[in-house]
Design a protein around this ligand. Structure first.
Ligand code: PDD
Length: 296
């Protein structure tokens, strides 16, 4: 695979950044994962917009036009002949040996743009988990207060998320569901969550502290427009989760995956529900037929 770094391509074994890079030194930077299906980039504009919002919020000035970033993404896909897979787009600060912490500035414009192409064989969960569902535990989230670092920033510092995922693995389950300081569910360590009860779909509202996922938005649209479901963005607690008929989580990389066990208790029958299965199908149809086309 060839990696894009600031206008040049390098073999992945040769792709390097400086030890003075601010991403490396301070975890300072923003990123997006973007999915490519069937030679089309899914929701490209939405991802780039979110990248710019995150960057602006942390005073990272992206001097390159959005259209130039788009071009760089397409070049990366073309050079790697990648028609199914995803890219990780990272924007951080180059830094040099004069840019030390005590000389930090308010704003940075020496951005470094890195694009890593990844094929779908490196996917997160096995096919059998998409058929049979995953197991999760609930954990109290320690960092989401409305006066803390804004959870909408897609920061390359993924420490918190990693720790929740690692705790799940330690408990021999696939992921953790995080609860905000009031005990309401906000999502998994790197995905959004949905439950279905009596034919109505519920998902945590953004104000509870859940991440404004692009897959979440897509699933809400599909549920309303294709499945004619009522979707409520609301508060969900553990009681609602235990007593749901169906549950699934969403994200760019994992797409939609059913959740069948929470805190070692089965959700209803312990099998992926019919609405979840229908939505997974609708999602597949949508991603295969829409998006920004690339020509190889
Ligand atoms: N996950 N919630 C969190 C905390 C996330 O980090 C992500 C992104 C999501 C889903 O958002 P989207 O549908 O836009 O991907 C929800 C990505 C893929 C990640 O692992 O970085």
């Amino acid at each position: 695979m060839k990696v894009y770094i600031d206008g040049s391509f390098f073999d992945d074994s040769e792709a390097k950044i400086s030890i003075f890079n601010y991403g490396f030194l301070y975890g300072y930077g923003v990123y997006e994962y973007i999915r490519i299906y069937n030679g089309r980039i899914f929701r490209l504009k939405e991802h780039l917009e979110r990248l710019l919002y995150s960057a602006r919020t942390i005073s990272l000035i992206i001097k390159i036009e959005q259209s130039e970033i788009e071009k760089a993404i397409i070049q990366t896909l073309t050079i790697n002949k990648l028609i199914n897979g995803y890219i990780k787009l990272i924007v951080t600060i180059k830094g040099d040996n004069r840019l030390q912490y005590n000389q930090l500035k308010y704003e940075y414009d020496t951005t470094s743009i890195i694009i890593i192409a990844i094929d779908t064989s490196v996917c997160l969960y096995t096919q059998s988990l998409y058929i049979n569902g995953i197991n999760v535990i609930t954990l109290p989230l320690k960092n989401v207060r409305h006066d803390s670092l804004d959870f909408h920033i897609k920061s390359i510092n993924y420490l918190n998320n990693m720790l929740y995922k690692m705790e799940a693995i330690q408990h021999n389950v696939h992921d953790s569901i995080l609860l905000n300081s009031e005990g309401y569910i906000i999502g998994c360590s790197s995905s959004n969550i949905f439950i279905i009860k009596n034919g109505i779909m519920y998902t945590p509202s953004i104000v509870e502290g859940c991440f404004d996922g692009i897959t979440r938005e897509t699933v809400i649209e599909l549920s309303r427009n294709k499945l004619n479901l009522i979707v409520k963005e609301t508060r969900i607690n553990i009681y609602n989760l235990y007593n749901a008929d169906e549950c699934f989580i969403t994200g760019t990389i994992i797409e939609l995956i059913p959740v069948v066990k929470v805190n070692f208790k089965y959700i209803l029958s312990g099998k992926p529900g019919p609405i979840t299965i229908k939505l997974m199908r609708e999602f597949k149809n949508l991603v295969m037929s829409t998006g920004t086309p690339i020509e190889l």
